[in-house]
Design a protein around this ligand. Sequence first.
Ligand code: 26Q
Length: 803
Amino acid sequence: MQQSDKVTMLKDSFLAELEGTFAVSLADATDLQRYQALATVAKKLIASKWRRTKENYRDTGAKQVYYFSIEFLPGRYLRANLLNLGLLTEAEEVMQDLGVDFNALLEAEVDQGLGNGGLGRLASDFMDAMPSIELAGNGNGIRYRYGLFRQAFVNGYQVEYPDDWLKNDNIWEVRQDSEAQVVHYGGSVYMAETPEGLRPVYQGGVDVLAVPYDTGMIGANNDVVNTLRLWSAEVPEGVQVSVSERSVLESISGELYPDDSNEEGRRLRLRQEYFFSSAGVQNIIKHHLADGYSLHSLPFQVAIHINDTHPTVVIPEMMRILLDEHGLSWEEAWGITTRTVSYTNHTLLAEALERWSQGLFQAELPRLFQLIQEIDRRHRLAVASEHGENFAWRTSPLQDGQVHMARLAAIGSHAINGVAPLHSELLKDKVLHDFYTLWPEKFSNKTNGITHRRYMHAANESLSALIDTKIGESWRSLPKDITKLNKFAKDEDFLAELQDVKHENKVRLAEWVKRNMGLELNTDAIFDVQIKRLHAYKRQLLHLLGILTDYLALKHDKNAYVAPRVHIFAAKAAPSYYYAKQIIKVINEVANMVNNDAAVNQKMQVVFIPNYGVSLAELIIPAADVSEQISTAGKEASGTSNMKLMANGALQLATMDGANIEIIRAAGEENAYAFGMDTDTVYSHYEKHDYSAQGIYDNNPVLHRVLDALIDGTIPNIEEEGRAVFDSLIRDNDEYFVLGDYASYVATQTRLGQDYQNKTAWTRKALANIAASGEFSADYTVAEYADEIWNIPHKALAQQESK
Ligand code: 26Q
């Protein structure tokens, strides 16, 4: 279709939808109605592609991957969907013609926050990448009634409100009653002889109906629309339950656990894990058989990928179905299961490795527990003779009264991967070392990736358009083509244009902050950004100590030079993570103090933007000059905001952790600011027990002064929180080596501040980052999974090479 035809088509269908659905004129329609009308138009435009994609997968029997994830974090869909449909600029034109505020329309869409952070957003980036490279891949997860809490600050403290995201219609989803599955919990089970052999007999327990809601995942400029299937818990028809029993059953999909990188051993959480895992596996096997295939061909037509250990119960669940419902032998069932399932680990933190008490597990999932006992027994038998009893004990799924999910995932899958090279090495050397000695061939690395479509093409249209004028548009479908930009590193006019775009984006963010927070930001200052979950290991505290260092210098030394900076934080803390919430309070109070002090606020400002989520990321990232990625080395599995910030021309201020290492290598060391201890140093401190926070405090007078400011009344209103932070650093010896990296951080910030003053040189570094961001496209990442783990075909990505 011609551009002008598309515009006419969009305009006509938009106006027709508005009148047809809401019986309002454009002038009288609310932003929400305008959004719903345009979203409905977009949904209708994909309907036939979606149907054809599904039919095509079914009719050809092509292998498909099902990405099982307890979190998906899609954010808003409309802008990204219009982009992928090739209609974004047309929609802008229509709204301009009609005098409609397009941004207000887009912002009327609710931000779907069915995830906590990196893990959930990665799943959604993969959902965008898979159809875009014509890969048959679907998502499987939970349709939480309430997503991640909405965050507000009251007196500087985080308060949490429920995220009632379904209060308006969710235009994108389609309920599929005919696909519902029954999921069984509790009761007891024993084995009895039947004409078909030994079979389990269930007594008692409860059934829950899992009802799927499907959303089309639209490929970029092609005809592929894959499916994201989210399950909702209901009471099965005909089952009589009391009101309170009903609410217990429905609560299984009631809310997302707001914990990130933290093991929260709760009964409901285990029910959630079994809920979408069981419904998903049952549904897959049902269709496989209905389409006329044998269970033995399952690994050739289906790949099940588990996103961290949360869906690990798919392994014993598949065994249950194959053994109990279809009468396969253990060996047959085990072969099918392990060849179907693959597993990604996303964490190096010991406290985030999932374990369940055996008592709880057995009470909730008695048949699965029996099967895990058998997996455990066979595992011990298989490894004990060669590796010894101690090794068998260390690697067994059942140990010390607990079910160890990462062990079960490692034993029951054919592939295990980490999400950045350092992380994958640490998995082999430390976290899963025993399993690596057993099965080195199972292990690989798949560096995370991001979708440039959302974070660049849609969120930073002016940067993307500027890039098009220089290198054409091939980079939009072949992200590595963006390296062509390097040719323009000496083109000063182009660098000036890049600077202008960055400045526009800073102004856009500043306007938002002014409107929503009443603070006027200096858009000529460095926008220094740290946006991610609030966690001690991510060290927002180190950033804060840097801020206090500048503050005290400006206050006490008339001649101090500090490069003007706006420090931008955005982060949610788990509601139960008390220390993280104390850090939020301290940052907020420092922000108050700094922003209201005329002696410093020309040189520095601190803003903590509440309620961080996907939509705010889309606003903040294009405006960033500096990307703070300052986790303790060896703690951050990968990070993905680092990649998004890089693509938008921010320079990394980073430790050698996670994917920072690859990002810095790709951009060139001279175009990033690396600092701090490396992983070996961190591990050596663990081994030698030779780290002394007190010693660092005693020997660095500047730091001494900064830490004292936390407890001597310098910062108002943080008596308790300042003390808590101080104690964790000094009395408890600073678990995350904040003080150990302080001097290096401050020195690096100083150098960065000086470099920023040469705008052209700085922008050249920004350009190097943008130009190097292509390899971090999720399109390549999912292609690698498809080639090396799932064995599923996809569109060739020219220039594709392994990272
Ligand atoms: C587990 C048990 C009980 C309750 C909650 C949880 C839980 C929930 C979420 C455990 C972990 C998570 C999320 C982890 C996560 O987001 N990890 C991040 O994954 C990103 C994608 O690979 C990486 O880039 C980040 O480095 C990693 O921290």
